[in-house]
Design a protein around this ligand. Sequence first.
Ligand code: SF4
Length: 289
Amino acid sequence: MKTRRKPDWLKMQLPKNDDYVYMNNLVSKHGLHTICSSGKCPNIGECWGNKTATFMILGNICTRACKFCNVATGKPLPVDKNEPIKLARSIKIMGLKHAVITSVDRDDLEDKGASFWAEAINTVKKENPNTSLEVLIPDFDAKAELIQKVIDAKPEVISHNMETSRRLTPDVRSRAKYDLSLKVLKQIADAGIVAKSGIMLGLGETREEILEVMDDLLAVGVKVMTIGQYLQPTTKHLPVLEYVTPEQFKEYEKIGLEKGFSFVESTPLVRSSYHAEKHINALKIKKDA
Ligand code: SF4
């Protein structure tokens, strides 16, 4: 059944567990910045309890203006050369087992931020040799030499989100193209690194279109898929056309696993970094023939 009123299953509970409280105190005491807290992510209690958190690099102003995203658009500030070491130290202070790094799009930079990405990964690894890493990267306009810089830094997982179906991509994403995103993911998978991608539901996509995204991702070697509910950040963003039920999300998870993904995280409150610590094992999971 389709409904546009925010349903009960999207009401968020404040986390109360001891691990969360401990981490939250650390973050406040040291003035650390995570997307988990600044984005008021509903999964924060569980993720921080699992010693996983997400950080954004390359500033907080994006050169693109996707119609689902609440990050500010404009002319970004110059790159902070100390950001990689600050990030590495934040991860160390929090004692993270797994960290997720993402960034704004930096189409203003000559290499779109690819070298900075590589430096950030290398610095985090050097300072935190026991922390695994997932990097959620922009498309770098699908330029192979730029994506290769990130691959060469060898994070355990590289993700790049499709965000929505092929048909809806021009309405939802700015500049990014559906086939170029598939090309990015293929290069990652071909390099032998866990490739991961995600979509949001509730933007008007059909069931067939969701299954098409699954097939397209599998065809390029993606092993992990996340599926969550789109929530309209402000009235200037695209409206929610449907609140998909938890049962429908569960069904997509089942279909995705049957089709061949190693992991499908599919619930209304899933964000692309939810359960990220599990996904480093995606290449080890063999499907029955
Ligand atoms: S889902 Fe991502 S952003 Fe949300 S708490 Fe977990 S790691 Fe942080």
